[in-house]
Design a protein around this ligand. Sequence first.
Ligand code: SLL
Length: 152
Amino acid sequence: NKRTKGVTVIRPIVYGNIATLLPQKKIPDSDHTHKWTVSVKGLNNEDISSFVKKVTFKLHETYANPQRVVEHPPFELTETGWGEFELTIKLQFVPESGEKPVMLYHNLRLHPYEEDGSISTANKNKPVQSFQYDELVFTDPTEYLYQIFIQH
Ligand code: SLL
């Protein structure tokens, strides 16, 4: 697993969530109001599974089994719930890469906020999206990882 000295590879990623309001009484005896999906993707849907082995989404402790592991693309998770919280997203890379896990943090967003921070009632039935762009930086990648990057 030799390293390619002096090489830096940058991979753009996009992560975040979409959320929609659940039809009322969709889930009997539940206070869940929204359905949401959190995801990590390559930019323009570029496949990241050649170097990402698994993604662990850590949910709020009010969820049963809050650690959710996704080992295949698409690296996403769908749930329902009633509240917003900060998600921890751990990316683990293929073992041949010799790369340490990377932690990402995302504030799950369910509500359509106005610029002043109030919740928009006019938009309350529209899907909400909250995504952020980031870059994974690999310094002196292993030969293995470098080969993956020049093939894609
Ligand atoms: C707070 N931000 O400060 C909130 C926490 C937690 C949301 C929100 C649980 C769903 C379930 C759910 O939606 N939690 O019970 O399965 O208190």
